[in-house]
Design a protein around this ligand. Structure first.
Ligand SMILES: *[C@@H]1O[C@H](CO)[C@@H](O)[C@H](O)[C@H]1NC(C)=O
Ligand SMILES: *[C@@H]1O[C@H](CO)[C@@H](O)[C@H](O)[C@H]1NC(C)=O
Ligand SMILES: *[C@@H]1O[C@H](CO)[C@@H](O)[C@H](O)[C@H]1NC(C)=O
Length: 289
């Protein structure tokens, strides 16, 4: 009997040790026209830093910066690092080239923690690439990054994120193309993948049957942000921002009901006028354990 009690104690102690490591939070945020104009407003920079500081990894869409030194993202992440310095946290980032045929080219970014106070956990980007869009399906092909989490007790230590911003006018064709994006990247091997970003895949941009066709082609993926869940600040309930996850390993690592928007406006006590100066989207997120 004592042996069982000892065993139970060991199990309890080791599981409570594991529980001391905070969840790893992955987010995605379309920061509407994130360019020099917005960056020139201190209230904007401060609020966005506060929002970003919640995340271990965040995929960002709609950076517009034609400067040669990538001033927008460089400034944003250095401000973010100033903001979290006293909290014992540090961030790094990777960005895509400017993508898109039109004049308003966009840059994708991943901002991720290299240091988190109270945890030895370190996040690395081991590989990054823009999807090789030989069929020319996309205006802004997905930006793919492979992440590795070191010194962690998380149940998942390696995964790939595919960051995207689909064209409202080509949602169906671009989202159908994701099968090829995933398969070309995986090249036959098993990979833990989350596709996340602004898909524009709801309401007037796609019909229910077309959306179902997309879900069928991506039937190894679970949609962690459901249809008609409001991800924008508009009063209509449209789930434009999504997080799709494949493999049992990845899905089992997601904290139940952690898939949601981050209503930072409620947390920070902001009114709609103030929120609209940040973005027309809310961040969407999942937590891993
Ligand atoms: C790190 O976290 C611990 C415990 O939460 C806290 O006491 C300490 O002040 C933090 N260190 C920094 C640099 O924030
Ligand atoms: C989160 O995931 C659960 C389980 O898959 C689902 O029931 C729920 O609707 C999801 N939440 C959102 C906001 O989509
Ligand atoms: C929103 O808050 C700002 C700043 O506190 C204030 O100036 C503005 O009047 C408020 N707007 C509304 C519609 O309440």
């Amino acid at each position: 009997m004592n042996r069982y009690i000892l065993l139970l104690a060991i199990v309890l102690i080791s599981s409570s040790y594991q529980a001391t490591e905070p969840n790893l939070i992955i987010g995605s945020f379309n920061i509407q026209t994130l360019g020099p104009t917005k960056m020139s407003r201190p209230e904007f920079v401060e609020t966005v830093c506060r929002i970003l500081s919640k995340y271990d990894i965040i995929a960002i869409q709609e950076i517009r910066d034609s400067s040669t030194n990538m001033a927008v993202i460089n400034t944003l992440v250095s401000k973010l690092n100033e903001y979290v310095l006293s909290k014992g946290i540090n961030y790094n980032f990777v960005i895509s080239p400017r993508l898109g045929q039109g004049t308003h080219k966009e840059i994708y970014a991943y901002v991720y923690r290299t240091k988190t106070n109270g945890s030895l956990r370190k996040i690395q980007v081991v590989k990054q690439m823009v999807h090789d869009d030989i069929e020319m399906v996309y205006d802004r092909p997905p930006f793919i990054a492979e992440f590795k989490v070191l010194d962690t007790s998380l149940s998942i230590k390696e995964f790939t994120l595919m960051n995207l911003h689909l064209r409202p006018t080509a949602v169906f064709i671009e989202s159908l193309g994701l099968r090829k994006v995933v398969d070309r990247y995986r090249a036959g091997s098993v990979k833990n993948i989350a596709i996340l970003g602004d898909f524009n895949i709801d309401c007037s941009y796609i019909s229910t049957s077309d959306r179902q066709s997309v879900a069928l082609t991506l039937n190894d993926f679970t949609w962690y942000i459901r249809d008609r869940y409001a991800t924008t600040i508009s009063t209509s309930n449209c789930a434009y921002d999504r997080i799709l996850v494949n493999t049992a390993v990845f899905k089992n690592a997601i904290v139940t009901n952690s898939n949601m928007t981050y209503r930072y406006d409620l947390e920070f006590g902001m009114n709609m006028t103030e929120v609209s100066k940040i973005s027309d989207h809310y961040p969407v997120e999942i937590k891993l354990f």
